[in-house]
Design a protein around this ligand. Structure first.
Ligand code: ZN
Ligand code: ZN
Length: 323
């Protein structure tokens, strides 16, 4: 009995010691952004727990899983396994003949938005206009990937013609558009010549992204990926003003491909069923080996007043998505 008790006491002591070590580790590694955070741009991972590993690793409260309709079952499993932590959007290739039907079905089954929509078409093409009308009819937002220049991490061009997108914003006043990707953020600067993905240097005021956000109530911005991070870093003084100016329409997102919310990347990105998009920071990128969520949240926290930060990382998206 005596030795048993000692053993038990010893066991309890060692459990406490391990717990203490974990606590110190957790505190050292914990990220507290001073607000709940929603990531509106997280692609469904290949393994069931991968998305949770990411959000818990970078201090994110909730995330929108952007999922192709083909992988909807898996997205539903993630939502169910982690109650309150995930909602989902559905995406399709608009060039598929049954694209609209697939999206309608996905919304019926619990998706709360379209996206990201990333097809090799013009943003004003008839196929896209069909989706804009459907988004308005079903009263869900639509996230669009705008890209005018092909790059290694995202080959091709997608939803081209952002400079003339005001025609769509005008034609579909009831559609809630969420802009994202290279061309969207590069076009904050009026001198974007559509010749590079991540332009550097000072921003020339008056770019279409800035103007459309001011002029059209139905345009919102998704602050994910290298593209938005590059925008925040190329001219921080301009960016600080932009954040205040559009404080009710900007929403944090990561589009991060790292495994753990700490910047660890898999030996090979992607794999069957992995999300699309340019989530993995390219080797040459300043974000290589870093978690985009952490980097962009750090920059937003630095540039925005506390109340504006809270709107961008939580309030705007939860209001728009009604969650
Ligand atoms: Zn994208
Ligand atoms: Zn990450």
């Amino acid at each position: 009995m005596t030795s048993n008790r000692i053993d038990r006491r010893g066991f309890v002591r060692s459990v406490l010691a391990v717990a203490a070590v974990h606590k110190v580790w957790a505190q050292a590694d914990a990220v507290d952004w001073g607000s709940s955070v929603i990531d509106i741009h997280l692609h469904l991972r290949g393994d069931l727990d991968g998305n949770f590993r990411h959000i818990s690793g970078c201090g994110v409260t909730k995330a929108v899983l952007l999922t192709n309709v083909n992988a909807e079952d898996r997205a539903q499993q993630v939502v169910q396994k982690y109650p309150g932590r995930f909602v989902r959007f559905a995406s399709v290739d608009v060039l598929q003949p049954n694209a609209a039907d697939e999206l309608r079905k996905a919304i019926r089954e619990g998706a709360i938005g379209f996206g990201e929509i990333k097809s090799q078409v013009q943003a004003a093409s008839p196929e896209m206009q069909r989706l804009y009308a459907l988004a308005a009819e079903l009263d869900v937002p639509i996230t669009l990937h705008f890209q005018e220049v092909s790059q290694a991490g995202s080959v091709g061009t997608y939803n081209t013609g952002l400079k003339k997108f005001d025609a769509m914003l005008k034609a579909f006043p009831k559609t809630k558009f969420i802009g994202h990707a290279d061309a969207f953020w590069a076009n904050v600067s009026a001198d974007y010549a559509e010749d590079t993905s991540y332009p550097k240097g000072p921003i020339k005021p008056g770019g279409v992204t800035d103007r459309f956000l001011t002029d059209y109530a139905n345009l919102y911005a998704d602050m994910s990926a290298n593209s938005c991070n590059n925008f925040l870093n190329r001219d921080p003084e301009f960016a600080a003003g932009f954040l205040v100016r559009h404080q009710n329409k900007l929403m944090f997102g990561s589009d991060c491909g790292c495994l753990d919310g700490r910047g660890t990347v898999a030996p090979r990105q992607g794999g069957p069923g992995a999300g699309r998009g340019n989530g993995a920071a390219a080797v040459s990128s300043p974000l290589a080996g870093k978690c985009i969520a952490r980097e962009t949240l750090t920059m937003l926290k630095k540039l925005a007043p506390a109340d504006v930060f809270r709107k961008i990382v939580w309030e705007n998206a939860t209001r728009l998505l009604r969650i």
